[in-house]
Ligand binder design. Sequence first.
Ligand SMILES: [Zn+2]
Length: 162
Amino acid sequence: MKYLYQFDPSSKKFECPKCHQKRFVRYVDAKNRYLHEDFGKCDRLKCGCYRPPNKKHFALENNNIEFIPVKPKTPSYITSSVMNASLKSYETNALYIYLIKHFSKSEVIDAFKKYKLGTSKKWNGSTVFWQIDFNNKIRSGKMYQCWLVHPLKFCGNSLIRS
Ligand SMILES: [Zn+2]
């Protein structure tokens, strides 16, 4: 049998075994039942008391039930080919059309390349702002449709996800 546990998601705190203040967050299982009072973490940075469930101790108390931590959700990514395919057709891109009225084409293209701004067929050339994380992974893209009026006004947006 597998056993899941995580920190108690409620705001209830218990007395910390180290600093004795009521700042100790205990672990709960998948059915929201508290694990043994030994397991938990003090939320005072100064104290730093951290006692994760100890496999041996836990197994002894729970008839050798195996426990596994709740895994954080892994983010999904958009492939670079999807993003790269959008980095063109600027002549139909509403933001590009607006900007070349005020800057030279090469300046605007340089900026589009630098910030990896794309063009979507949706809404007749809306601009795609890709969200790229520190590991160069593409998390999502946000499409904006802008009107060719001054001041530049966004009238709609939509999120692209993998
Ligand atoms: Zn403490």
